[in-house]
Design a protein around this ligand. Structure first.
Ligand code: ZN
Ligand code: ZN
Length: 135
């Protein structure tokens, strides 16, 4: 697939950004940090090259949520937009549901299912990882 611009925005629309698609990877994350950051039982992420990410409008609030991890959120509406981990330099994860077209990325796995809420049932055929894909 050829590289193309992927656009997205937060809930209130103050922040608009772009990255270059297609995504390198996309997954459902069940980790407790994502649950707390989003106030949701699960967050779908797509991974892109960090140097293709740019903010077109507004100012991101950067939250250092755990050692080596920075999350980008809108300071006005609270939308969870991005995730960067120093262990994966050169990459940025974007919440699928911040994209103008959340259906574009192909979800490929469930990760961090050791933190999964017991009442959430996984009902697809994607691979399941207790922690990260590499572990
Ligand atoms: Zn916003
Ligand atoms: Zn997570």
């Amino acid at each position: 697939m050829d590289a193309h611009s992927v656009h997205g925005h937060c809930f209130c629309g103050n922040i608009r950004f772009q990255v270059s698609g297609p995504e390198k990877f996309a997954c459902f994350c069940h980790c407790e940090s994502c649950q707390r950051a989003a106030g949701a039982p699960i967050v779908a992420w797509a991974t892109y090259a960090r140097d293709t990410f740019s903010i077109e409008q507004g100012a991101m609030h950067w939250h250092d949520s755990s050692p080596g991890v920075t999350r980008g959120i809108c300071g006005d509406c609270g939308s969870s937009i991005s995730y960067e981990n120093k262990q994966r330099p050169g990459e940025i994860d974007i919440t699928l549901n911040s994209l103008d077209d959340p259906t574009a990325p192909t979800l490929r796995a469930h990760i961090w299912t050791e933190d999964k809420q017991p009442w959430l049932r996984i009902d697809d055929d994607l691979p399941v990882y207790t922690r990260t894909v590499s572990e």
